[in-house]
Design a protein around this ligand. Structure first.
Ligand code: NIG
Length: 414
């Protein structure tokens, strides 16, 4: 499965639906790149052959929004949510993100790195070959830098590509208080992170109980003044006017968008800013088009209306949001399956939103499509029909993962 000729850059609107299926094609890979695609390619001497047996070969997934580096777990909190408590109430009571912050602060760098390595191995098996990983569970200069070092260390031994983001505004440390914590983040944490990781993308969570709009705008401005690109979490539970402001400030992406109004979607669509949908979160937090449709789970959560963002011409991505609280899942196939069922994307649009578009959001022009000259980050499915990626729920669709031309994982056909 590849991308039709003529497409360069971000796929929007109609172009998101263009995926090309080539029957019986061979793909020749040399020195980590795709050298040729077509029927009957001669295998060069010494070349290794992988027989797809008619199954689908497609670009590896690019997971552009994860919180994959964490310690501890939130299973007890999840059972409280099953009993009806809300995510924001648990956060307000000092749990949620803050309980993971306490666990991360108490975990040595080496252990944090090992925990992340295991998760990276697991996510590779799900077909992810390029991933963004945020810090955000440190919330102090020392602990944020520890997280970023853990991500950098774990990335060194992972075959795929890791892009780090400094999520400096993930929550407000209640022990410091809002006003002082905003100052501390801007005048202490940001400069310390800037000194060791210049140019790293900075992120924040603008939400009731997290960062206010005013605090968020100050952090964005301060980060941009130091030359950091910015991404924001916005409109997850409440709409606080961040979409318009973030667009004005030229942020790279606005992620979540569950509560975004159609006028704000239109504003986003007219900009160069990407919109990232995180449907696993809406499902896990009790997402429903009928707010009281789920028994036992505190709901009111909606899915992002990615259909409207595509129709308005926006730049659309889908990601796992893998984290211990709102999205305990490492599965891009699940994110795609939910985006198709609940966010209004077609299967082809969801695949585009999980491959080439997030690659470009992360700044990679050489992947996310299967084309000559592109990096050979490929996945071989266990299926002859690419639509199985969205159709199957909780399955095991990946047979082989090839990263930079090397077979990183291969599972024999059953
Ligand atoms: O994108 N909303 C903020 N951050 C994550 C959740 C992180 C957590 O609960 O630990 C999210 O959903």
């Amino acid at each position: 499965m590849d991308s039709p000729p003529g497409h360069t850059g971000v796929r929007t609107g109609e172009a998101m639906r263009h995926v090309r299926v080539r029957e019986n094609a061979d793909v020749l890979v040399r020195s980590g790149r795709i050298e040729a695609i077509g029927e009957g390619i001669t295998v060069p001497p010494g070349g290794q052959i992988i027989d797809a047996h008619g199954d689908v070969l497609m670009p590896g997934f690019v997971d552009c929004h994860t919180h994959l580096c964490w310690a501890g777990n939130r299973i007890d909190e999840w059972t409280r949510r099953l009993a009806g408590e809300s995510y924001l109430q648990i956060l307000k009571d000092g749990g949620g993100i803050m309980s993971t912050v306490r666990a991360v602060r108490a975990t040595p760098l080496k252990t944090l790195t090992e925990l992340l390595r295991k998760r990276l191995d697991a996510i590779l098996r799900q077909g992810v070959t390029t991933i963004e990983i945020k810090s955000g569970y440190g919330l102090s200069a020392e602990s944020e830098i520890k997280m970023l070092r853990a991500i950098r260390n774990a990335a060194m031994t992972w075959p795929g590509t890791v892009l780090m983001t400094a999520l400096l505004g993930h929550a407000i440390d209640p022990e410091i208080g809002e006003k002082a914590f905003v100052e501390k983040t801007i005048y202490e944490t940001l400069p310390a992170v800037h000194a060791e990781f210049p140019g790293i993308t900075v992120d924040l969570f603008c939400e009731e109980g997290a960062w206010t709009l005013a605090g968020s705008l100050r952090l964005i401005q301060a980060a941009q003044d130091l030359g950091h690109p910015v991404r924001v979490h916005a409109d997850q539970f409440t709409s606080r006017g961040m979409v318009r402001e973030a667009v004005k400030l030229g942020v790279l992406s606005i992620d979540h968008l569950e509560q975004t109004t159609s006028a704000e979607m239109d504003c986003l669509a007219k900009s160069q800013t990407f919109g990232v949908g995180l449907p696993v979160t809406a499902m896990n937090l009790g997402g429903s088009s009928k707010p009281d449709g789920f028994s036992g789970m505190a709901s009111g959560m909606k899915f992002a209306n990615l259909r409207s963002l595509v129709d308005l011409g926006g730049r659309v991505c889908v990601a796992t949001n893998a984290n211990p609280g709102s999205a305990p899942s490492l599965s891009m196939p699940l994110a795609i399956a939910l985006a198709v069922r609940f966010c209004g994307l077609s299967i082809e649009e969801a695949i585009t939103a999980a491959t080439v578009n997030p690659a470009l959001l992360l700044g990679f022009k050489d992947r996310g499509v299967l084309g000559v000259g592109k990096r050979a980050d490929l996945i071989l499915l266990r299926h002859e029909d690419y639509r199985e990626i969205a159709y199957e729920l909780g399955g095991d669709p990946i047979r082989a993962v090839i990263v930079g031309g090397h077979v990183a994982r291969y599972y024999a056909t059953t």
